[in-house]
Write a protein that binds this ligand. Structure first.
Ligand SMILES: [Zn+2]
Ligand SMILES: [Zn+2]
Length: 424
C-alpha cells in the first residue's frame, strides 16, 4: 500500500489533504476536488446537483423499495411488465396469424396462382419475423459441466439456495462485467467476465453469482427473451415498412400512402415496447442484488458494488496490460503474459489506497456511477443493501475450493488473455 508522502491544505476549508502519487488530491472535510468536473466551487452545490439528478431513472424505484424493504421481496407483476409481456405476445401473435393465413391460402387456393404467390409470401414473412431462440455462438471459450466440475458445483449451490435451475454453460470473456441469458429451448448460460471475476474476493464472487442467478430466479431472463425477441421482430417490421424516398412515379406514391399506417403502427409499437421494457429494469436489478446478499451475505454484496465503482480503472488497466503484452509478444524473453495478466489486474486493484476508494464512493453519489446502461446507479444499490442490514452467508467459498475453481478456469483464462487486445 503506497504511503501518503506529503500533505496539502484544502483551498476551500483549510483541512489537511494527504497526497498519494498518481491519485487525485481531495478534501474529506468539504468534498473539494472529489470530482472537479462536477463540483461547484464554494457554492456547496453538490447536494443541489444530487437533487437535479434525482429525477433520473431508478430513483422512483429506489424510493419505493427503500420504503418497502427488499428483503424477501420477489419479482412480481407490475403494470409495466404485464404491458411489455402483452405487447410482446401481440407482436409474435401477429407473426403466427401471417403464417396461418399464408398456409390457408396455399392449401385452399391451390391452383390459383395469385393465392399461392400471396400465401407463399406470407409464409416467407413469418420465417423472417418468427420468434427466435438464440444460439450459443462466438469465439469465447465455453465451459460445460465436464470442463469445470468445481465451478459448476459452486454455481449449482448458489442456484439451489434460490430454488432455481443452474446454468448449462459458462462462457468466459475478458469484460469487466457478467451476464446471464437463455439459449436454445430453455437452456441457461452465464457469461463470466474475467476482468471482473479476477479482481473479486472469494465471497464477492459468490455475490456476483448470486446477482446473476437472481435474474433467473426472478424470471428476468424469461421476460427478457420474450420482450427482446419481440423488439427484434418490431425492428424488422420498421425496417421493412420504412418508405423509400418518392421516385416521382404515381404508383410509388400510392404504395407510400398504403404503407403509411402499418409503418406508423410498427414504429409506435417499437417505441412503446422500448419504453415499458426499460421501466422495470431498475427493480429487477435491485431485487437481484437482494438475492446476492441473501446467498453471499449483505457485506459481500456491498463489497461487490464498491468494486464495481472501480470498473473504469480496471478496464483501462486491462487494456494497458494487454497492449504492453502485445508489444512484447515477438520477443524471446517475453513474460508469460497469458498467465500473469489476471493476477496483475487483481494486484492493481488491491493497490488502490483507501483514500482513493473513499473518493470514488463520494463521486458515485455525485455522478451516478452505473455498471452499464441497464443497471441503476451504484450508490443507490449500495444504499439499499445497507438498509437491508447485515446477514450471514448461505454459500461460503473457502480458499481450497476457490483455488480448485481457478485451476479449472486457467486454460480458458489463458486463452482469453491472449485475445483481450483483439476483443476489447
Ligand atoms: Zn475542504
Ligand atoms: Zn443485473
Amino acid at each position: 500500500m503506497p504511503e501518503a508522502t506529503t500533505e496539502q491544505v484544502c483551498p476551500q476549508c483549510g483541512t489537511g489533504m494527504p497526497v498519494h502519487e498518481g491519485y487525485r488530491v481531495w478534501c474529506a472535510g468539504c468534498d473539494w476536488n472529489v470530482a472537479p468536473e462536477l463540483f461547484v466551487y464554494g457554492a456547496g452545490g453538490t447536494a443541489e446537483r444530487r437533487r437535479d439528478f434525482a429525477g433520473r431513472h431508478g430513483t422512483a424505484t429506489f424510493e419505493e423499495l427503500a420504503r418497502e424493504g427488499t428483503q424477501g421481496l420477489r419479482a412480481r407483476l407490475t403494470p409495466s411488465s404485464v404491458l411489455a409481456g402483452v405487447l410482446a405476445l401481440l407482436v409474435h401473435g401477429l407473426s403466427f396469424v401471417l403464417l396461418g393465413v399464408g398456409a390457408w391460402l396455399l392449401v385452399a387456393g391451390w391452383g390459383n396462382p395469385f393465392a399461392v404467390a400471396f400465401g407463399a409470401l406470407l409464409v416467407l414473412t413469418f420465417l423472417v419475423l418468427r420468434p427466435r431462440f438464440p444460439r450459443l455462438g462466438g469465439t469465447a471459450p465455453q465451459l460445460g459441466r465436464a470442463d469445470a466440475p468445481r465451478l459448476f458445483a459452486l454455481v449449482d449451490s448458489v442456484a439451489a439456495e434460490m430454488d432455481t435451475r443452474s446454468v448449462d454453460a459458462i462462457v468466459v470473456e475478458p469484460y469487466v462485467n457478467a451476464a446471464v441469458t437463455t439459449y436454445g429451448l430453455r437452456r441457461r448460460v452465464l457469461h463470466l467476465g474475467l476482468g471482473l471475476w479476477a479482481v473479486l474476493t472469494p465471497q464477492q464472487k459468490v455475490a456476483l453469482l448470486g446477482h446473476e442467478l437472481g435474474h433467473f430466479a426472478n424470471g428476468d431472463t424469461r421476460h427478457g427473451s420474450l420482450v427482446g425477441s419481440a423488439l427484434h421482430t418490431l425492428r424488422l417490421w420498421v425496417a421493412v415498412l420504412t418508405p423509400d424516398p418518392w421516385d416521382g412515379r404515381l404508383t410509388h406514391l400510392l404504395v407510400i400512402g398504403m404503407m403509411r399506417i402499418p409503418y406508423y403502427a410498427a414504429q409506435s409499437g417499437l417505441t412503446l415496447l422500448e419504453k415499458v421494457s426499460l421501466r422495470g429494469l431498475p427493480r429487477r436489478e435491485y431485487l437481484a442484488d437482494d438475492l446476492a446478499a441473501e446467498v453471499a451475505s449483505a457485506e459481500a454484496a456491498r463489497d461487490l458494488m464498491e468494486t464495481l465503482l472501480h470498473a473504469d480503472r480496471i478496464d483501462s488497466e486491462l487494456r494497458r496490460l494487454s497492449n504492453e503484452a502485445a508489444a512484447f509478444a515477438s520477443r524471446q524473453d517475453a513474460p508469460r503474459m497469458d498467465e500473469t495478466l489476471w493476477p496483475r489486474l487483481a494486484e492493481h486493484l488491491a493497490s488502490v489506497p483507501p483514500r482513493e476508494r473513499e473518493r470514488l464512493r463520494r463521486v458515485s453519489a455525485l455522478d451516478w456511477h452505473q455498471q452499464d446502461s441497464t443497471h441503476p446507479p451504484t450508490h443507490l444499490r449500495i444504499e439499499l443493501l445497507d438498509r437491508r442490514g447485515p446477514s450471514v452467508a448461505k454459500v461460503v467459498l473457502d480458499e481450497r475450493t476457490e483455488s480448485a475453481v481457478e485451476r479449472e478456469l486457467r486454460p480458458a483464462a489463458k486463452k482469453v488473455a491472449r485475445t483481450v487486445a483483439r476483443d476489447m
